[in-house]
Design a protein around this ligand. Structure first.
Ligand code: UT7
Length: 326
């Protein structure tokens, strides 16, 4: 038994923030942002839109494509680091919003790798026969924890949600065949939201010091990202007995165009095989991989049996790679 992706969906909030808009907020310019990151604009959640609201729209689209009634979903797992509430989970809020009573629901926290971690967890429930279907979401509203005075980070992030519906299949050569996850907890200080948890609860002092915002050592993250992504991609391809040349398409976390170009170059995979959308969304964290999968899917990229290489990395550091046979 393998997990087959039978529906995809995504959602980006209506408001768009361009590089020109950012020039008015911090000392930056459109050319620097485009050349260093590949980003032109990003979407920003409205004040009344929480992560579960974004997730709801993406989920509804994916379920419609799958032809699955929301009431019949058996499992909901959401990858996010910007939940609606510290608790309960965004997955539970989403379950209520979908009018579902059947599914168990929980969040996983792996920053930008959240959707890969969520996909892996759901896959285990499907392949073990514990669930017949699963709704996997990646959603983040990182702009809620962005310091709009920090030009090192505020140019990078956008809000969004992506969804995948999984079902079990016995078909040979189709479905999620290998998925591998990794983490390196010695790198926690490289990319994190220091305040707001049990270590530094939010107080007037911690907030005045900006501890509620994303903090990142960008150049170091960049180096770790390229090495880790290339390694995990080699690992999953080797596990399948595949070579980079066997890959039909790449679906990757959209962090930075230079990270993706460098990773693809290391793998020897042409850039045309990788669906890119960070130009219009920026880095949407956990939403990135399922949104990218959905766009490529709706554009008609995939046919049964295609070998899709998936990868993501985020704060922790935490990362993962997968081979999905469409
Ligand atoms: O999912 C993982 C999430 N994180 C990431 O993907 C981030 C990975 N890292 C990156 O994408 C890159 O490191 C950045 C895009 C964040 C930065 O690019 P960089 O080439 O590593 O630049 P840098 O930090 O080395 O900065 C180069 C210069 C510095 O000026 P000086 O010291 O050379 O005078 C920065 O102060 O660029 C300056 N700078 C900016 N200039 C204009 C930094 N941010 C900006 C900005 N606009 N927004």
């Amino acid at each position: 038994m393998r997990s087959l992706v039978v529906g995809t969906g995504s959602y980006a909030p209506a408001k768009v923030l361009t590089n020109a808009d950012l020039e008015k907020l911090v000392d930056t310019n459109d050319q620097w942002i485009r050349e260093r990151t590949g980003i032109r604009e990003r979407h920003i959640a409205a004040p009344e839109e929480a992560s579960s609201d974004l997730a709801f729209h993406a989920a509804t689209r994916a379920l419609a494509m799958a032809g699955l009634d929301p009431a019949d979903v058996e499992m909901i797992v959401v990858g996010t680091v910007t939940p609606d509430y510290p608790f309960p989970s965004t997955a539970v809020v989403l379950q209520g919003r979908l009018g579902n009573k059947k599914a168990f629901a929980f969040d996983v926290s792996a920053a930008c790798a959240g959707s890969m971690y969520a996909l892996s967890v759901a896959d285990r429930f499907i392949t073990s026969g514990a669930c017949k279907n699963a709704l996997v979401i990646g959603v983040d509203t990182l702009t809620r924890i962005t310091n709009w005075k920090d030009r090192n980070t505020c140019i990078l992030f956008g809000d969004g949600a992506g969804a995948m519906v999984l079902k079990g299949t016995g078909e040979a050569n189709r479905g999620l065949s290998t998925i591998r996850l990794h983490a390196d907890g010695s790198l926690v200080s490289m990319l994190l939201q220091p305040g707001g948890g049990s270590r530094e609860p939010l107080t007037a002092e911690t907030m005045a010091a900006g501890r509620q915002y994303v903090y990142m050592k960008g150049t170091e993250v960049y180096k770790v990202a390229v090495r880790a992504l290339a390694e995990v991609c080699h690992e999953v391809l080797e596990a399948e007995g595949l070579k980079p040349a066997d890959v039909t398409y790449v679906i990757a976390h959209q962090a930075n165009k230079r990270i993706l170009d460098a990773t693809l170059q290391r793998l020897g995979i042409p850039a045309e095989k990788c669906w890119m959308n960070l130009e219009k969304y920026g880095n949407t964290s956990s939403a990135s991989v399922p949104t990218t999968l959905d766009e490529a899917n709706r554009a008609g990229w995939f046919k049964p049996g295609d070998v899709i290489l998936m990868m993501a990395i985020g704060g922790g550091m935490a990362w993962g790679g997968a081979v999905l046979r469409w």
